[in-house]
Design a protein around this ligand. Structure first.
Ligand SMILES: C[S@@+](CC[C@H](N)C(=O)[O-])C[C@H]1O[C@@H](n2cnc3c(N)ncnc32)[C@H](O)[C@@H]1O
Length: 225
């Protein structure tokens, strides 16, 4: 039977999205986020994901624990800038005790850097951002206790429903830290791993083979921690 052509297509398919700030994001900006960059310590697919997730969630405030060279902060800046929320919303705050910035940080007008450690600096970060965070990237201390401590601290500064991205989900110590946090009944829900970019490598200090990479997502549940 011949297929009849459907003629009910809306004349202006974008009409209902006119107010969506993501419409102002141009496709080539996504391609820009997908280029391998040594200053973002993430593989290209994870870089593209960070940009796309930020664009999709249109967060008011982003927190990054562990900034290092600043390459991922720049991805957050690009997405926040492309979304164009009027300031003081659409901002990013990064925390790192020993940042090694190689990007043009002065141009990242939506980013603030706090030199110090998480979780000690989380209250200061919240003040700098002007409120609770709705998107968080945890990529600082990779020890089990360090990750669990960061996640406990994040629960105090993230809004209910906030998206908490954990980098190096495949790393044994990070995985253990996430398990510890969940076992301690923090108000977190595991939603699964979204970028499955596992890198296997040799870790010199312990002479052991470890895995890195992978971004998994937790959500901050409503309620006290
Ligand atoms: C893997 S790098 C971060 C990479 C960065 N997020 C990126 O994607 O390009 C880890 C960083 O975490 C920082 N760090 C270690 N312990 C930390 C802590 N307790 N709080 C915040 N940052 C920490 C280190 O100084 C280091 O620069």
């Amino acid at each position: 039977m011949p297929i009849e052509k459907f003629t009910g297509v809306h004349e202006d398919p974008f009409e209902s999205y006119r107010d969506d700030p993501a419409l102002h994001a141009l496709p080539e900006r996504m391609t820009r986020a997908n280029i391998p960059r040594p200053e973002a310590l993430l593989p290209p697919r994870e870089q593209a994901f960070i940009y796309a997730m930020t664009l999709a969630k249109n967060p008011a405030r982003v927190l990054e624990i562990g900034v290092c060279h600043g390459g991922t902060s720049r991805l957050f800046h690009w997405a926040l800038e492309d979304l164009g929320r009027p300031l003081p919303e659409g901002v990013h705050v990064g925390i790192d005790p020993e940042p090694k910035i190689t990007v043009e940080w002065d141009e990242l007008t939506r980013c603030r850097l706090i030199v110090g450690t998480s979780p000690d600096k989380l209250a200061e970060a919240t003040e700098a951002a002007g409120g609770a965070f709705d998107l968080v990237f945890v990529d600082g201390d990779h020890s089990p206790e360090g990750v669990a401590r960061d996640l406990a601290g994040v629960c105090d500064v993230a809004s209910p429903g906030a998206w908490i991205l954990c980098h190096d989900w495949y790393n044994q110590w990070v995985g253990e830290g996430i398990r510890l946090a969940l076992a301690r009944r923090l108000p977190l829900e595991e939603t699964g791993i979204v970028t499955q970019t596992e890198n296997r490598g040799w870790y010199r200090p312990t002479d052991s083979e470890v895995s890195w990479g992978g971004i998994g997502i937790l959500r901050r549940l409503p309620g006290a921690s």
